[in-house]
Design a protein around this ligand. Structure first.
Ligand code: ARG
Ligand code: ZN
Length: 874
């Protein structure tokens, strides 16, 4: 039942135009479609039947070239598709179907949420709306007419530009939309209902006035300012950096509470999860603000990378997603601190993509096969895909990259392209042979790089040997070496100063970072005129998505204190702490006392002393590496030992550095109104990182957290305090109750209330998560709520999820089984953590397996959940 990349065939028919008419009704919406179809001159089989995808459609009528089409001339397949075995080469096909949006709990296709209508068509939702060749290489001009009850659905939106509106009979009204740009069906959108707009405008560089609307429920208007501001900055940035200008008269964004993912880039009508639109200081955290900015930018940037140039087939998904994530990362970096943005992105990659690459679902950035494409909207396709685009950018430089983008769009505008097309454009524009980079798209797994340095005092020569190795992944036992750019410099071991570097064969020494290319399994780089044994600073800026392993502790300490590259400075500090903590974990497992490395407290003090120069950076460097990051560095994880060691260390550092922490905490107190700019966010994160140590150290800190919880005027500080209080038997229950009472009417804040409890280290957490599923505010039907409770527990609380009782696993499996018939896409995402059983020691691994087997045995399992569970067991 798997689909294979190499089976791609061009479509038999193209659709020149699609005229759609919707008569909206929650229980019975009627969709009339007129398709002008024509045989594809590039199709292989000139006599292939005409096949249109369909799913759950009730066919009411069908005509060909204006004449009713007899039943004998077409067939309806088991899968819901419609086939015309002997079509003429050009035909006009009219269909009329009925669908029931209010019964659509999968939120794919046309569905209702809070009484309004919304669509989600990527990847294969359009077939749940009408019959159509639902594949991205069929690009069509769409016109859409919507008719609906005027009182209940005053707003009627679709893609493109407005093309008329008016009143009809029986209290109905209608609106027409015309999208002048050909697009694949997955970019179709319709939104209708009782919504209000927050509006603004943007004038493009060539003078087009664009109306910008953010459509929300009445009452949410005061939460749209940051999204609007982010949108305008994105539009400007894309013009300045890439020359990409918006190409319609209106840009609509609609926010919806029931949404499977973050947001969707439908042409001219983006649909967003409310989580990534709505933000005001008392309900949204700094992290939420950053999420809004990033996702608004991401979806907007898709207008060129995704919509104008789309994907030939779903195996090319990273062509648009990797590239667009790269672009939104660049954008966010340009808005504030590049270094801090880079650190956060790498933290995210390591937390989500590295484990995926080491698990049963490991797949290349361009997958070779899938059962359910929905399962491949992954950290690998998105985040690793963005890293691979960054590799090309690093390899050819910013200017050539820009020329490559111009060429890519010039060649492929209004068409469906492949990852090869993108690389070819970059290669042709730069003149650099990029063929070896194809392997980054083809090979799964995270390469491991080791470095070995040898200093020859007599010859003043330093030889750096770099080696790479990628562990096997399912279906790919043998791995080839990849081209790995290693940005680096040399520090003088004594003074810690950066040295100029001259490679053997070069005439002059260079100062600053240089990039070595590791192309084979092993490469040697010989540096001349090195006056003393150096400390190599490697992988600056995280120049490739690899694991750099085995650097000696003394080198890490020097780099953490002295390197000129902020990423390496941060990373070396984290790697140093991780190495120490893993030593403590080993000691704990042997039953020995944990011990304490004073260098860790020293680093915290040094960090606080220098924090004023860049509080945001200090806030990244202050916390100890997370439990997941530590687990990933062990052969077999030990979540309990990791948690206990980390907790012990936090308490100890909190106590030893209490004065400095307290001083910083007080000095950085917020004055003035909330602002989500980088400097203010940095200050708040540093302050809350200090508070976390103080609270870990004991009751004084907890009282400080309680005071902050009571007094803070913004959600960032309230939530930071609440997450600490929730760990305390004394303060937790009252604080949680107060928070719920205060915010019960705001669903995005209630999500936070669920998450905090799900991520608590308290002994009763698994039982509490079970109990919370029966809370009146909980519902399996709302994906945000499911993620906030069950997703947070399974992915954000390794200590309690991997509780020895196995109750964490059982409750997750129960939830997956209950959710699968309601919303398979969200269920398939939820099952993921159980698939990582190989990372745990027995008896945990066995218990996880058994829960996966139980999921797999559930009747009528969706193909998405089946794929995840069966691959997890294989
Ligand atoms: N293209 C959207 C984005 O990256 C994500 C849509 C994913 N939809 C899905 N059903 N998996 O912004
Ligand atoms: Zn995207």
């Amino acid at each position: 039942r798997a689909i294979h990349r190499l089976d791609y065939r061009p479509p038999a028919f193209l659709v020149d135009s699609a005229d759609l008419h919707f008569d909206l009704d929650p229980a019975a919406t009627v969709v009339r479609s007129t398709l002008v179809l024509r045989r594809n001159p590039k199709a292989e089989d000139r006599h292939a039947p005409l096949r249109l995808d369909g799913e759950g459609l009730t066919l009411l009528g069908i005509k060909v070239d204006g004449v009713p089409f007899p039943k004998t001339h077409y067939t309806l397949g088991e899968d819901g598709s419609l086939t015309v075995p002997n079509p003429s080469d050009i035909l006009v096909l009219e269909t009329e179907v009925r669908i029931a949006p209010e019964e659509n709990t999968a939120f794919s296709g046309l569905y209702t949420s809070g009484g309004n209508f919304y669509t989600q068509c990527e990847a294969e939702g359009f077939r749940r709306i009408t019959f159509f060749p639902d594949r991205p290489d069929v690009m069509t001009r769409f016109t859409v007419a919507i008719t609906a009850d005027k009182a209940r659905y005053p707003v009627l939106l679709s893609n493109g530009n407005p093309a008329g509106a008016g009143d009809g009979e029986g209290g109905k009204h209608w609106a027409k939309w015309e999208d002048p740009h050909p697009k694949p069906s997955y970019l179709f959108a319709l939104v209708a209902g009782d919504l209000v707009a927050v509006s603004d405008y943007f004038t493009t560089k060539s003078g087009r006035d664009v109306v910008l609307n953010i459509w929300v429920r009445a009452g949410d208007e005061d939460k749209c300012a940051y999204a609007m501001d982010s949108l305008k900055r994105s539009m400007k940035w894309d013009e300045e950096v890439y020359g990409f200008e918006y190409d319609l008269d209106v840009f609509n964004i609609a926010a919806v509470s029931d949404f499977n993912m973050g947001a969707m880039e439908n042409k001219g009508l983006n649909v967003f999860n409310t989580k990534f639109v709505l933000a005001k200081p008392d309900t949204a955290t700094d992290g939420d603000y950053q999420g809004v900015e990033t996702v608004i930018a991401h979806e907007y940037f898709h207008n060129w990378t995704g919509n104008r140039v789309t994907c030939r087939d779903w195996f090319q998904l990273s062509l648009k997603e990797g590239l667009t994530v790269f672009r939104d990362q660049q954008f966010s970096g340009d808005q504030g601190s590049r270094a801090v943005k880079r650190i956060r992105d790498v933290r995210g990659l390591r937390a989500a993509q590295f484990p995926e690459d080491a698990g049963p679902m490991a797949h290349p950035v361009r997958p070779d096969s899938y059962i359910e494409i929905d399962n491949f909207y992954t950290p690998t396709v998105y985040q690793k895909g963005a890293e691979v685009v960054r590799l090309l950018h690093t390899r050819i430089g910013a200017q050539a990259f820009r020329r490559g983008m111009d060429l890519y769009v010039e060649r492929h505008d209004n068409s469906a392209a492949t990852i090869e097309d993108f690389r070819a454009a970059m290669q042709d524009a730069s003149g650099v042979d990029l063929s070896a980079f194809a392997k980054w798209y083809e090979q799964a797994g995270t390469p491991e790089v080791t470095a070995e340095g040898e200093y020859d005092e007599a010859a003043r020569r330093y030889t750096l040997t770099l080696r790479q190795k990628t562990p096997p992944t399912p279906g790919q036992p043998e791995k080839r070496p990849l081209p790995i750019p290693v940005a680096m410099g040399l520090l003088d071991a004594g003074t810690g100063r950066e040295q100029p570097t001259r490679l053997q064969g070069e005439n002059e020494a260079r100062t600053g970072t240089r990039t070595l290319m590791l192309e084979d399994a092993e490469a040697r780089f010989v540096f001349e005129d090195v006056p003393a044994p150096p400390v190599p600073s490697l992988l600056r800026g995280f120049s490739a998505p690899v694991k750099l392993k085995g650097l000696p502790l003394d080198q890490l300490r020097t780099l953490a204190a002295r390197d000129t590259d902020p990423f390496t400075r941060w990373d070396s500090g984290q790697q140093y702490a991780a190495a120490v903590m893993l030593g403590m974990v080993a000691a704990h497992r042997r039953g020995e006392p944990p011990g304490f490395d004073p260098a860790l407290a020293e680093a915290v003090r040094a960090n606080l002393a220098g924090a004023d120069a860049d509080p945001a950076f200090a806030a990244e460097a202050l916390p100890l590496p997370g439990e997941g990051f530590l687990a990933d560095q062990m052969d077999l994880a030990d979540p309990e030992a990791i948690h206990l060691v980390r907790r012990h260390l936090r308490r100890r550092i909190g106590a030893e550095c209490a004065d400095a922490l307290r001083e910083t905490y007080e000095r950085l107190a917020d004055t003035g109104p909330y602002s989500p700019d980088g400097a203010s966010i940095g200050r708040r994160s540093l302050r809350n990182a200090c508070l976390a140590y103080l609270a870990a150290a004991g009751e004084d800190g907890m009282r400080l957290a309680r005071a902050q919880f009571d007094a803070a005027a913004n959600m960032t500080d309230v939530l930071a305090a609440l997450s600490l209080l929730a760990e305390s038997e004394e303060h937790g229950p009252a604080a949680l109750a107060a928070f719920h009472a205060r915010w019960r009417g705001d669903e995005l804040v209630v999500d936070k209330w669920f998450s905090i409890q799900a991520m608590s280290a308290q002994a009763g957490t698994a039982a509490r998560v079970r109990e919370l599923q029966r809370h009146p505010d909980f519902s399996l039907r709302n994906p945000n709520r499911v993620r906030s409770l069950l997703g947070a527990f399974a992915s954000g609380n390794p200590y309690r999820f991997h509780n020895r009782s196995g109750e964490g696993y059982a409750l997750l499996a129960d939830a997956v089984i209950a959710l699968d018939p309601i919303n398979a896409s969200t269920a398939a995402r939820l099952v993921g953590p159980l698939g990582l059983w190989r990372r745990q020691a027995p008896p945990l691994s066995g218990m996880m397996r058994r829960e996966l087997e139980r999921v797999l045995a559930a009747p009528n399992l969706s193909k998405g959940t089946y794929e995840k569970a069966s691959k997890g067991l294989a």
